[in-house]
Design a protein around this ligand. Sequence first.
Ligand SMILES: [Ca+2]
Ligand SMILES: [Ca+2]
Length: 499
Amino acid sequence: MPGFDLARSRNASGVEPRSAPARVVWTTCLTALCVGAGLLVGCPNAGTQAETPVVLGLIAYQPEPVGADFGVQMVQADRISVANNSGMPKVCIIDSGYSAQHEDLRDQNTAPAISFSNNSGSGTWNQDSCGHGSHVAGTIQAIAGNNKGVVGVVQNVPLHIVKVFGNDALVDGGSCTWTYSSTLVDALNKCQAAGAKVTSMSLGGGAKSRTEENAFNNTYNQGMLHVAAAGNDGNRLTSYPAGYAGVISVAAVDANETVADFSQQNKDVELAAPGVGVLSTVPWLDYDALTFADKSSVIGGHVEFSGRTSGITAPLANGGLCDSVGSWSGKVVICQRGTISFFDKVTNAASGGAVAVVIYNNATSDATCGDFSGTLGDGNSSSVPAITVSCQEGTTALARVGQSGTVVSTFTAPSSDYEAWNGTSMATPHVSGVAALVWGCFPTATNVQIRNALDSSARDKGAPGRDPAYGYGIVQAVDALQALGGTTLCSVTTSSIYP
Ligand SMILES: [Ca+2]
Ligand SMILES: [Ca+2]
């Protein structure tokens, strides 16, 4: 089923300053993320896209109660207390699988049920080779009250997992391509057969299909509610399935409630939700650090597609911008971010004999100057390990030039960690989760009533009324519930139900 791809926006390497919430760094897209043809994720016009996932790894962040995962609050999901879960609809996640081993994702031994569809092409439902499906699942339903990680939009929702991306090999840079042996319509049929009432599809493609359109519209007419990503190409084109009448198309906004520049804008966009710097669950631990001779360390992120190491110790050298090849034989080279791509920096350092590279942030590239991560770009690689650190950590490292430093960059899987990702992929599960929450509070409502309530109560942004960037606006769980007339199954508070 070529033509579909995940709607996570990814990339790195540039210099353009952007405003962004803490820990999230925006960069100009100098390298495309284009896996195959006609895909939804990517940078068809290099320079117009943005994104850097921020690997939190062992960097300290506040675990529960909600904080870093601002999205749950933005959509008001933390203000609804559910007294009776009997009406919770089953949500079908069509993605790369679900890492049930994650400490903050419910496993099959904990009710309500998680059902699944395994497939000869994509493999086993609970083996998530790329983490995308697990990140989406965490946004929908990361466990509340376990004092670990994050909190999902809704709790106690039965799930059905249809794995269409990736395979069973959870490795560094694991597969994220469409591997399902059949069509999206087949995946949809699996959801319906499993009794799912809500579908969550953080995927899409540019091709419209009459067969798909009929399938989505027919199942919508039969009572299902479909939610899909608007797409990350930053243009005015419509993605599918988001563009079908029976599907809610979801745009991405940042923590300031401003539409992300990668979020596609068109007449089909119906709702907006948090899709920038969304912290959620990933089934691995990516650990990257530079340790100095005095045993102090700075912790950063891995430059995607660069090498890994359990530890390389060598003298530290200042490479400046690393925009030309220096004499760095046997050195750990410290490079400042900016001017040229990460790939060019790492290539220059390697050509100069570097054994490892540390790229530190740059205020010109990123006003936050914080931690960030980057990629060499799809198709590029380097055997030399490269990690990223903040501006301040770069200063710390430069003060130790000439002393020895040890670079560690390891990938451990399966494991449990949390990363902040961008994309309409990340916005979509906020809407599907809110839909499930509101529906679970008002189980007698029809799918059309739920959809109308979400639309009519959305917080209007941008141009007054429905507009191509935000649709009706940012989805609001409390306001939607009140639009339906309230319910005895759930209560609403003025402040977060999380302490
Ligand atoms: Ca949690
Ligand atoms: Ca508007």
